[in-house]
Design a binder for this molecule. Sequence first.
Ligand SMILES: [Fe+2]
Length: 219
Amino acid sequence: MNNVIPFSQRDNPPSPTVPGDGGPIPDLTRIDKNSDLTFVNGRPEAAIGTVLYVFGRVVEAQGAPVPAARVEVWQACYSGKYMHPDDRSAYPLDLHFQYWGVATTGDDGQYALKTILPGAYRAAGGGVRPPHIHFTVKKAGLPTISTDLYFDGTEFHFEGKTYDAATLRQWNVEDRELLALSPLEREQRVARVRLAAPEMGLDDGARYCRFDIAVSSAS
Ligand SMILES: [Fe+2]
């Protein structure tokens, strides 16, 4: 998946350069890592859930594109389950979902990922984590950035039920990780999810959002 849809909308400013809620989870599986998380090599079925494309740019603080950056993501599947031994929840694991992904930015700093809208999950310390995707961006000569992508304007899944966009907005407002950020940082991390138009050439019924990530030059 190398084509990146051009976008005129800019829903959120570039994501901040502060760490998100935890570093990369080690890849303990033998599944493939690429930019399409909706299939696992050698497994014929597609992952369960709402297909979500994430498009964005990696830019330096002044807005210059960062080419050849490695964008790594990890997330829960539709049910809110991570493929990781620390996830002790009883949520079902989707063996057709890839759980980790990687994309490389082009000359214009753009990347594209195809994934599943993650489910919300009950946090170990209490409360519910709204759907999110963890990101790490690596580029030689630049500091490694960790951040998280949250969503707005979409239904989502939690413990077998579907909740509406108003609930998602409320859960984002109440989320402890998001509450720990400044208002600007929260704005930077929450992306508007839209239904893909037919002319975009994406899967029928797919959603998409945009998530730009700013990195700073090493000093
Ligand atoms: Fe998480």
